[in-house]
Design a protein around this ligand. Structure first.
Ligand SMILES: Nc1ncnc2c1ncn2[C@@H]1O[C@H](COP(=O)(O)OP(=O)(O)OP(=O)(O)O)[C@@H](O)[C@H]1O
Length: 288
């Protein structure tokens, strides 16, 4: 997706919140936006999510998108399960799939006990779990998260961190804003600060550290050539005809899952936590 000279102001004579913003949102990437209160982060996310239109400029190549807004409209006349199933259908899921995925995400967030609770009666935290689940169950190509961690308990925040990593390793893109500067620190591929209605690229933790720090995992495995593996692992020949994959630690489960469920499956020789982080800015090597 690309933003071309995008501008947004509210009202005909309102100040420009965003002006002449050019941005490429690549596939399989994690992008963070930051900025002071009122700088235009939510405005930018709404434009990325396609729920708002630019006043000037255009957005092209929009992928299938799901969005977690800053404020969840909790007064809708649904139960948690009814709402998630409905949203699943809106996202194009059919038959029993919407309810199945809805239940799966409620279980994952430890909220399945509230499946039949009306949205209006949910606690703030559970309501936020529903807000997040409605976006995740669609397995969108682009996931837009506006302070989605706010209101979640520590366990749920960890589950959302993991879900974000899974989306990215599956080839999706996640764009997010969060008040916590440590949120997904080290995992973001790019970070932009909204300043004076424009975007200023920021140094990400990985780049700042020369792309060689941060936890990662090395997997030594033997398997068929030509596998399309998630997580953009760096690859190198391993001993005895094996391949050595290195990925950020947050992506290692997804890589292992892909290796083990490949047809035929890869044979895993070793899984080793490392201190070095692969250089995700390097071109993705060919699959072995
Ligand atoms: N629907 C709207 N109508 C009028 N003005 C708006 C609207 N939405 C946002 N604004 C204004 O646009 C500017 C940017 O708001 P926005 O919510 O995008 O900033 P933000 O960086 O997300 O802020 P915060 O960190 O406080 O959430 C603010 O001055 C805000 O008042």
């Amino acid at each position: 997706m690309k933003l071309h000279k995008v501008g947004r102001r509210y009202g005909l004579r309102g100040p420009w919140v965003l002006r002449d913003v050019d941005l490429e949102v690549p596939r399989g990437a994690l992008l963070r936006f930051e900025g002071t209160n009122g700088s235009g982060k939510s405005t930018l996310l709404r434009l990325c999510a396609g729920i708002d239109a630019p006043s000037t400029g255009r957005v092209t190549g929009r992928p299938r998108t799901a969005y977690v807004p800053e404020r969840f409209p909790a007064a809708l006349p649904f139960t948690a399960l009814g709402y998630l199933s409905h949203l699943g259908r809106v996202h194009g899921l059919r038959g029993a799939e919407p309810a199945r995925r809805a239940t799966e995400w409620l279980e994952r967030f430890g909220a399945v006990g509230h499946a039949r609770t009306p949205l209006a009666e949910l606690s703030k935290g559970t309501s936020q779990k529903v807000a997040v689940a409605q976006a995740l169950l669609a397995e969108p190509e682009l996931l837009v998260l506006d302070e989605a961690w706010t209101g979640l308990d520590r366990t749920a925040r960890g589950i959302l961190d993991r879900a974000v990593a899974e989306r990215v390793t599956a080839g999706g893109t996640v764009v997010f804003v969060d008040h916590d500067p440590a949120r997904l620190a080290g995992a973001a591929d790019a970070c932009y600060r909204v300043v004076d209605a424009g975007l200023r690229p920021q140094e990400t933790a990985a780049r700042a550290a020369g792309a060689t720090t941060g936890p990662c995992v090395t997997v030594v495995a033997q398997g068929p050539p030509g596998a399309d593996l998630p997580g953009a692992p760096t690859t190198a020949p391993g001993p005895d005809g094996t391949t050595r994959f290195t990925v950020p630690a947050a992506h290692s489960d997804t890589l292992l899952h892909a290796l083990l469920t490949a047809r035929p499956p890869w044979h895993i020789h070793a899984v080793t936590p490392e201190e070095a982080r692969p250089d995700r800015t390097a071109p993705r090597p060919e699959s072995p």
